[in-house]
Design a protein. Sequence first.
Length: 205
Amino acid sequence: MSIRRTTTTRRFALAVAVTAAFALGLTGCGDDGGAEPRSESTPEPSAPASSPTAEDKGEQQVDTVAGENVDPNARLAEARGLDGLTLVINQVKRDSGGFVTVQGVIKNEGAQSANTTAWAGSESALLAANPNSVAGATLVDKVGKKRYYILRDTESRCLCTTGIPPLLAGKTTSVFMQFPAPPAGSTEVDFTLPTFATTSLKISG
């Protein structure tokens, strides 16, 4: 897997173990259970104390993953949102672990700051654990007639970008989202993020 590890990606391998639990029929939307608990590494007893992080200080910190091989100039798809927002998809990749990673950039081409809270969706548990995130994104395999939701752990923390502050006019923010992978024969899915139009994506890998 070519994705650079962050605090979120420590949960990838275990979350994938229950990907089938998130594949629902198009008419069966709702809460989807969770993945296996993430593993926690034990710090070395002699390790020096680290400096306080933004989270320790109560500050909001964007949790994002940038793929090492993502071409920022690639425009696989584009979806228009409200108030001058545009989502450009740079990569849609099937991983050997059994999930699909979608990466892109949201641009605010409007004249005013854009609120990001709606992107987390309306699922109460997921929304509570992932405010100001892209946890509300979904994939739909029209051939298999299944909808796929963002992967999350047993505490409903998503495998996606979180902690996104209001997007100022003229600014951009990189986002990633991970979903259970559709069957190998399904190479095209419909992608939806709340407040943005639905767009068709082709899966590579």
